[in-house]
Design a binder for this molecule. Structure first.
Ligand SMILES: NC(=O)c1ccc[n+]([C@@H]2O[C@H](COP(=O)([O-])OP(=O)(O)OC[C@H]3O[C@@H](n4cnc5c(N)ncnc54)[C@H](O)[C@@H]3O)[C@@H](O)[C@H]2O)c1
Length: 255
């Protein structure tokens, strides 16, 4: 690691989850002071140790988000990087999704991204390296079965990313989204069908990718790191798909 984020302060929501945890680890290794925001410090994700200072806030609560960002301002006096990685997946068709479930997933995936970004902007505006990275999904472009509300939230995150990039680019704030395919995290484990052996499901999932493998949290962290780094100074308003080629292909039999 090369200290590319030395002296910078980063906030990562969902920072104890599968992808967020890897982002926090990479940012810490690059020299940033990292706040990992989430619901619980005690999430167990494999053997990977947590990185960064835990900050408890629920992204759906405006009071908790503003209190969390105020705590960062009080402690650090600055904020340079925001990664909106908190997320939820609900596996249902529209018909099977209750209004309560619909509102809940939008509250986390969309409103959480909105609130965290909105209340970070006053601090980001003061940074010479300001960058927001949202977590979209390839499901924001094309649909997996029985993920109707999830797909809708990710489409909204993509649109919000472009809108924020246009509004805040002139203030020196870059806004991008990463759009993963299958990442090996607890969220993906939950996506495999009930009753199917997880090793079999995983092999099947790997086989539908041109690269014959699913992504890792580290793959996500590598792209997020590049997006927030000075090397990406000219990159904003884009939806960066990272899916092992999954969305590049038409469905076909593979022998
Ligand atoms: N895993 C995949 O295959 C995949 C694919 C595409 C996109 N994504 C997206 O990547 C992001 C990270 O997902 P992941 O795979 O690491 O999932 P994960 O379930 O491991 O992590 C999600 C994190 O969000 C946190 N969270 C949920 N509700 C919250 C709330 N109200 N306030 C604060 N934190 C909350 C959880 O506690 C958890 O730490 C999500 O936005 C997800 O939609 C994941």
């Amino acid at each position: 690691m090369t200290g590319t984020l030395e002296g910078r302060v980063a906030l990562v929501t969902g920072g104890r989850g599968g992808a967020g945890r890897a982002v926090c680890r990479r940012f810490v290794d690059e020299g940033a002071h990292v706040y990992a925001a989430g619901l619980s410090d005690g999430e167990a994700i494999g053997s990977e140790p947590a990185a960064g200072e835990f900050l408890r806030f629920d992204v759906t609560s405006e009071d908790e988000v503003t209190a969390g960002i105020a705590a960062i301002e009080a402690a650090q006096g600055r904020l340079d990087i925001v990664v909106n990685a908190a997320g939820l997946e609900i596996e249902k068709t529209v018909e099977d999704t209750t209004l309560e479930e619909w509102n809940h997933i939008f509250a986390i995936n969309v409103t959480g991204t909105f609130l965290t970004s909105k209340h970070s902007l006053p601090l980001l505006r003061q940074s010479a390296h300001a960058s927001i990275v949202n977590f979209g999904s390839y499901d924001g472009f094309i649909a997996d079965p029985k993920l109707a509300a999830y797909c809708a939230t990710k489409g909204a995150v993509h649109a919000l990313t472009r809108a924020m990039a246009c509004d805040h680019g002139p203030e020196g704030i870059r806004v991008n989204a990463i759009c993963p395919g299958y990442i090996d995290t607890p969220m993906l484990d939950q996506f495999y069908p009930d009753g199917v052996d997880s090793a079999v499901a995983r092999t099947e999932a790997e086989r539908i990718h041109p690269l014959d493998t699913i992504g890792t949290p580290t793959d996500m962290a590598n792209l997020v790191h590049w997006l927030v780094s000075d090397e990406a100074r000219y990159a904003t308003g884009q939806l960066w798909v990272l899916d092992g080629g999954l969305s590049a292909q038409i469905q076909q039999m593979r022998f």
